[in-house]
Ligand binder design. Structure first.
Ligand SMILES: NC(=O)c1ccc[n+]([C@@H]2O[C@H](COP(=O)([O-])OP(=O)(O)OC[C@H]3O[C@@H](n4cnc5c(N)ncnc54)[C@H](OP(=O)(O)O)[C@@H]3O)[C@@H](O)[C@H]2O)c1
Length: 243
């Protein structure tokens, strides 16, 4: 078994990799050579094969060929873990087309196009496998502080739901992951965070949920209930909240 990890420099990605027993790895990222020390450590500790491969979600022209590039350079794979994402500055992006497009294109367009082609590859291989897609609780309801990112992540969650429906009669399982706040470089400069989880905790939940073939995971678990309450607030009240 080989797992392809997209956005492998993320601490969440690396915590997932450390918990996926029995897999070889294709670690995909921009400037993937920076992953050489992590890959060397992994080979030593786990006696597994680890290959590095260049991947940029914004290079949409390359995404159709990408599954075959991975196959040729790293070998066949049966699990795709999509971790990459981009938060950006919501206020700045409201007036900056380039920043707006980056948030939408990394988190939704690039993710959906990459996963479409990777899903075709997995389906055509006919083998048991899976797709794990990292979305966010921010995609469950639009808030003024992060609705560009939230819209893209919410779109990705709908995309994964459709993909799961399409692949339900195949041996390819699709898991949607909605983390709350996680202690990573993405959140290090943000104020007002609460109930912040470690990458290790989130990765434990993700690997357990994938093994149990769950469809949708909120991690940590209490975010399911927090988001349920948030979604129940009537819009006429919600629109006045400073969230
Ligand atoms: N941290 C949180 O509180 C939180 C909450 C909910 C969901 N999430 C989601 O969890 C995932 C992991 O995030 P994180 O917290 O670990 O943040 P992170 O450290 O900022 O990691 C994000 C990763 O995405 C990669 N990336 C960004 N743009 C890319 C592109 N165009 N092509 C390929 N890779 C790209 C980055 O690569 P470089 O290293 O090359 O920049 C980085 O490795 C993301 O999808 C994020 O949206 C995070």
């Amino acid at each position: 078994m080989r797992a392809l990890v997209l956005g492998a420099k993320s601490a969440i990605a690396q915590a997932i990799v450390e918990r996926l027993d029995g897999y070889d790895f294709a670690l995909a990222a921009r400037d993937s050579e920076e992953l050489a020390p992590f890959a060397a450590d992994l080979r030593l500790k786990r006696s597994c094969a680890v290959e590095l491969i260049e991947f940029d979600a914004l290079d949409t022209d390359a995404l159709e060929r990408f599954p075959h590039k991975v196959h040729d350079q790293c070998g066949p794979f049966d699990l795709v873990v999509l971790v990459f994402g981009y938060l950006g500055d919501q206020r700045a992006a409201e007036r900056d087309t380039t920043a707006m497009a980056r948030s939408l294109n990394v988190n939704f367009t690039g993710a959906a196009i990459a996963l479409s082609h990777l899903a075709n590859y997995l389906e055509e291989s006919g083998k048991a496998g899976g797709i794990i897609g990292i979305c966010s609780v921010a995609g469950d309801r639009g808030r003024q502080s992060n609705y560009l990112y939230g819209a893209a992540k919410g779109g990705l969650a709908i995309f994964l739901q459709g993909l799961r429906n399409r692949l339900a009669s195949t041996p390819v399982h699709v898991l949607t992951v909605k983390p709350g706040f996680v202690d990573t470089p993405m959140t290090q400069d943000l104020d007002g965070l609460f109930l912040v989880a470690s990458p290790a905790k989130v990765a434990d939940d993700i690997v357990r949920a994938y093994k149990k073939k769950k469809d949708v995971l909120y991690t940590p678990f209490f975010w399911r209930w927090i988001m349920l309450i948030i979604k129940l607030v009537p819009e006429r009240v919600f629109k006045k909240l400073k969230l």
